[in-house]
Design a binder for this molecule. Structure first.
Ligand code: SAM
Length: 284
């Protein structure tokens, strides 16, 4: 067991969240910590230097990105051990969330250094909170594999999850991803959040069927996909549903109304019961 107070050790690794679009989301605390740093490690020095320039912060920058993450993380940890104040920032949002940063934290913990996270913007939470989907339980997947067969494999594994699913995606793959989501997960509700915190921020909510048919030229900018979890109750006894439906149909109630009643009684989705009744029509 290891206990480590974030503010009792002068040898501290600072992870600073940065805006995902709107510079006004840079917190006073983030600016203070960055201003006090001896060195700022960042994903892309050009990107971070232009961000820091806007706040009149001038610091030595070193690049720590995916392809040198292990070696540079070790170097940064050595600098902190020597007593240097080092911050890490990724290109946007939180380091370590679909961005480098996790190796740094692991090494810092191994060396018993303090770790201090300066909170700020994040795309997945902003998209989830702004969507009408359930936010009490959710599963963040990050980017799906861009190869279609691998994407399908990943989605097959997620298909039974009851939690709201959250994905990051880039605009040039969005159409293909929406179509694959629809193909594998079925017609669930989705909220697509794009250009969050920017002037053109937009939430598009509908069914996966609707969104997979959307004109992709209207889906510009960075985006997050928030998809309804699997709401089907697998424990449900199909025979009981059919038995109850048969009884109601004998009373001359239409198939659609029977689906309404039965879905309510068994706490199931209307579409699920309706599709089941259509499939089993000959046995009813
Ligand atoms: N570290 C970041 C965070 O905490 O959210 C995520 C970085 S990840 C490399 C970039 C992805 O985050 C984008 O492809 C997009 O899915 C999402 N993203 C970042 N900024 C966004 C924004 N302003 N609006 C919508 N999605 C955004």
């Amino acid at each position: 067991m290891q206990r480590n107070k974030s503010y009792s050790n002068s040898n501290t690794l600072y992870l600073v969240a940065t805006p995902i679009g709107n510079l006004k989301d840079m917190s006073p605390r983030a600016l203070e910590v960055l201003s006090n740093a001896d060195l700022i490690a960042c994903e892309d020095t050009r990107n971070t230097s232009s961000l820091l320039l806007k706040f009149d912060i001038h610091k030595e920058l070193v690049s720590l990105r995916e392809h040198n993450e292990v070696s540079m993380s070790k170097h940064v940890i050595d600098l902190i051990k020597e007593g240097k104040k080092v911050c890490y920032v990724s290109d946007a949002g939180y380091p370590g969330i679909s961005d480098p940063g996790k190796i740094l934290v692991k090494l810092a913990r191994e060396e018993n250094l303090s770790v201090s996270v300066i909170p700020g913007s994040n795309a997945l939470l902003t998209a989830l909170v702004g969507s009408s989907l359930d936010s009490s339980h959710f599963y963040f997947h990050g980017f799906l594999n861009p190869t279609e067969s691998k994407m399908i494999e990943e989605l097959e594994e997620l298909k039974t999850k009851k939690e709201t699913l959250i994905f990051y995606e880039s605009p040039h793959r969005i159409k293909k991803t929406l179509m694959t989501l629809y193909k594998v997960l079925g017609n669930r509700k989705i909220s697509l959040a794009r250009e969050l915190t920017k002037l053109n921020e937009e939430y598009i909510e509908g069914s996966l069927e609707e969104l997979s048919n959307i004109d992709e030229n209207t889906l510009i900018g960075e985006m997050v996909l928030v998809v309804e979890g699997n709401n089907q109750n697998e424990e449900v006894d199909i025979n009981k549903i059919l038995e109850r439906s048969k009884y109601l149909l004998k009373k001359n109630i239409s198939l659609k109304d029977v689906a309404d009643i039965v879905s309510y009684e068994f706490d199931l989705k209307k579409n699920y019961v309706y599709d089941l009744l259509i499939k089993e029509k000959d046995n009813l």
